[in-house]
Structures are given as C-alpha cells and as structure tokens.
Design a protein around this ligand. Structure first.
Ligand SMILES: CC(C)(COP(=O)(O)OP(=O)(O)OC[C@H]1O[C@@H](n2cnc3c(N)ncnc32)[C@H](O)[C@@H]1OP(=O)(O)O)[C@@H](O)C(=O)NCCC(=O)NCCS
Length: 433
C-alpha cells in the first residue's frame, strides 16, 4: 500500500509537468503583474512570485487545500470511525496527490506513518542533553536536524541521481519526518514539563491519536480537537514565512530536514507561529485583570489602551485574509459544541464581538477580523494542555504537512534554485524611478 501513494504522486507530478510545460509554451512571456516601488519595501505583499500547488489562500473565502475549503473538507475527508473531525492523514493524502482519499487510503497513510515513527537513539540523546529550559521550538528545530543523519535525499544525491528523480527520496525523507514529528514533539513536551512516559494502550490509534497519547492526553474529545488542529494548520499557501523559508532552503537542494528545520525557525517568530501563544496570554491577562469575563465597556477600553500603547491586538488581522478566518470559525464551532460555558472561550467570543469594530475605527489594520491564532489557545487550555510555549510546536507538526508537500512538488516539478533580485535605495533612485 505505501507504494500506492508514491505511485499516485508520481502520476500526478508527470501530468502537472506536462501541463506546466504546455502552459508556459502558450503564455510564458505574458506579463502577470506590475511591481510598485513600495512593494519590495513592504514585505513583497501582493507580488505573485511563487508557485505553490498544495493550497491557495482566497482573501475572502480563506484557505483552500487543493481547491477545497475547510468546511468542505470537514464533510469530505474520512473521519476516525468513532469521530467526526477529518483525519490529518487524509488531508496529507489530499495535499500530496490532489485526490480525496477513501477511508482505506487514509488508513494506509496512517499505517505508513506509524511504521516509520521510531526516533533514532541519537535524537533522543541529543534532545535529552539540552537544558530543560531550552525553548520547545529550539528543541524541535534541533531534533529535526538530528534526524537528517538518515536522509535518503542527501545520500542519493551524493551517489548521483537524475534530477527528474529528486522528488522520490524527498518524498521518503518527508514521510519519515512526518512520521517522527509527533514522537519528537511529545518527547520535548514530556521532558520540558516533567510529564511521565505514557503507557500506550494497544489501540488502533492514528497519527494525531498517538500524538495525544504520547503527550499524556488520551481523552477522545481532545484527540478530536487535535485532529481538527492538525488539519486547519497544515498549510497556508507558499508565501508565509515558514513555507517560503523551507522552500528557499530546499531550492538549494538542501534535504527536507535542513529545509523544514529552517522553516520551523521562522514559525517561532511572534508575528507567525508564536502568535497563538501571545493571543492566549492576552486572553488570560484579560481574565486575570477583570477576575473573569469583563463587561463590553471594559473590554473596549482595554482594546483602545492596547492600541494607544502602540501594541497590536493579538490574533486579529492578516497579511492576505480579509474576513474572519475559516480556521477561527471551525474552532469556534468546536467550542460552541463542547465547551460553551468555558470562561476563556467566553472572553474569546466577546473579543470577536468587539475587536473588529475597534480595529475598524482605529483604521490601520487592513483586516479587522480574527485569524486562526485568536482561538486555538483557549481550546488547548480547556483540555489541560496549558504549557503555552509548546503551542508553536503543535503548529509546526501540523504545518510540516504543507511544507513538505510543497518541497516534494517543487522537486517533482523541477523548480530551480530561488534567486530574486535585490537592490539598494541608491540604485532605485538612480535607475527605477
Ligand atoms: C498578522 C499581521 C502581522 C499582518 O500584518 P500586515 O500584513 O502588515 O497587516 P496590515 O497590512 O493590515 O497592517 C497595516 C497596519 O495595521 C496594523 N495592524 C495590523 N493588525 C493589527 C492588529 N491586530 N492590531 C493593531 N494593529 C494592527 C499594522 O501593525 C500596521 O501598522 P503600521 O502601518 O503602523 O505598521 C498583523 O495583522 C498583526 O500583527 N496581527 C497581530 C498578530 C497576529 O495575530 N499574528 C498571527 C498571524 S496568522
């Protein structure tokens, strides 16, 4: 069965290569965008400069994984027989191939990941050598690098390989990595926070289920939440810091371990993956300051104080999205079903009622609506995963699915090394205006 997935990817890659060749033959010289001087100074916003096949971000509809929205995928992707949330393994199959898997195909991905999941001893020893107060993201990035010892891509490249075959060992490395990330992340969780090694029951657990068990959360509702979490964070097209960083590094034919570790370092930034931790801190501070859920008046005042203090409202705004993030919506639906009385959720809800108006009145943020990070922390806290610094690692385990799919496809489509042109302000003054 593992070969079935690999063969399917191969078939899709071949077809896409031909499609792109014909497309570029017909339209390769067409001008697709004009770049204004302020765009390179402004984080390259809005310049269509990358090709990323696994997903596309629609400013209004949110992320589409291979063309499907998150609510559509909640309906279409296989679930665990006893659950209602889509299986992350099913999403991985979709990202890798563009096809919605059957239950059996999703199960085969799950089995393949479980079979490859054991961590090498040197990885465990390296992680165990680090001071326990090393940030979990630092441990995660180091742990990923230790795994490259077994990189099939690096080995095959050194032995000599036709470049049309680069994608195949990239795929093998990616599957090895994805299989091991929950084990690596839970090792980091247990040692950092002094949690015991769990007894693993003899269950038919899947990727997220095993992850939950390994962290010490065998509650089925939490496992369902983790499945949802893993699905919604899996990819967000190619221009975000972590995906793009991995892509640039991978374009130098650095193997997937180097590439993912680099992307994870970007995910550790406060404006990217760390934002969920900061958002939760913001909500917890509100709870502490007001001794519970504040009045609307008090919350409005606090938001204005935050903005007047030159700070952002965490979890609100987005570089591309221009509506409430559907990833926020599905988490809200989960909370309304499972934890409507939770005080933190009620503060998160009240923020949703008030913050968009305040941000609109403030007039700076192009998008006054909440993003994914405004919600996830309160759900995790509800089930007892209270170690905020660890949240970005959870995000990283999920995001690895999109990042690694992007790498496999970039190698399969023969994308070259990235090398955009930069310029100095002096050069721009003399030559560009
Ligand atoms: C996500 C984020 C980094 C996008 O940045 P961006 O693309 O530059 O956003 P915008 O183009 O809307 O920014 C325009 C202005 O609005 C401000 N702004 C954007 N979101 C804001 C927010 N949530 N609170 C206050 N101000 C905000 C920006 O700081 C910027 O101000 P400046 O002109 O003084 O530099 C930004 O919205 C932000 O910092 N949000 C809070 C952190 C967060 O939730 N990050 C998670 C992202 S998934």
């Amino acid at each position: 069965m593992p070969q079935v997935l690999k063969d399917r990817i191969h078939e899709k890659l071949m077809a896409k290569r031909e499609e792109i060749k014909a497309f570029l033959g017909d339209h390769g010289d067409k001008v697709i965008h004009e770049v204004t001087l302020k765009q390179p100074y402004g984080g390259m916003r809005g310049i269509p400069a990358l090709v990323w096949e696994p997903s596309l971000l629609d400013p209004n509809g949110g992320i589409r994984f291979r063309g499907y929205t998150i609510p559509e995928l909640q309906q279409m992707l296989p679930h665990h027989p006893r659950g209602s949330q889509p299986l992350p393994e099913a999403l991985l199959f979709l990202l890798l191939t563009g096809d919605v898997p059957t239950q059996e195909e999703a199960k085969a991905v799950c089995d393949q990941l479980l079979a490859r999941s054991e961590l090498p001893q040197h990885t465990v020893e390296t992680i165990n050598c680090l001071p326990t107060d090393t940030h979990p993201m630092t441990q995660f990035s180091i742990g990923i690098l230790t795994l490259r010892q077994n990189s099939q891509f690096a080995k095959a490249y050194m032995e000599g390989m036709d470049k049309t075959d680069f994608w195949a060992p990239t795929y093998e490395d990616s599957m090895d990595l994805l299989a091991k990330l929950p084990d690596l992340a839970s090792l980091i969780y247990r040692r950092t926070y002094g949690k015991p090694e769990p007894d693993m029951p003899d269950l038919d657990y899947c990727w997220a289920g095993k992850f939950a068990y390994l962290m010490g959360f065998p509650n089925f509702e939490f496992i369902e939440l983790l499945r949802l979490y893993m699905v919604i964070h899996a990819d967000h097209e190619g221009g975000n810091v972590s995906a793009h960083t991995s892509q640039v590094v991978g374009s130098a034919l650095s193997d997937p371990y180097y590439a993912l570790s680099a992307g994870i370092n970007g995910l550790a930034g406060p404006l990217h993956g760390l934002a969920n931790q900061i958002s939760l801190r913001f909500v917890l501070d509100i709870k502490e300051k007001f001794g519970g859920v504040p009045s609307k008046h008090d919350l409005r005042e606090l938001l204005w104080d935050t903005l007047h203090g030159g700070q952002v409202i965490p979890g609100y705004g987005h570089a591309v999205l221009r509506q409430t993030d559907p990833r926020y919506r599905v988490q809200r639906e989960f909370a309304l079903e499972h934890l409507p009385e939770d005080e933190l959720f009620q503060i998160v809800s009240l923020l949703y009622e008030i913050a968009p108006d305040v941000l609109r009145e403030h007039g700076k943020a192009k998008n006054p609506w909440p993003n994914v990070d405004a919600h996830s922390g309160c759900l995790l806290v509800h089930y007892g995963l209270v170690e905020h610094e660890f949240y970005t690692v959870l995000f990283g385990v999920s995001r690895a699915m999109g990042i690694l799919t992007g790498l496999i496809w970039a190698r399969g489509l023969g994308f070259p090394i990235e090398r955009p042109k930069s310029f100095t302000t002096e050069f721009a003054k003399e030559n560009l205006v």
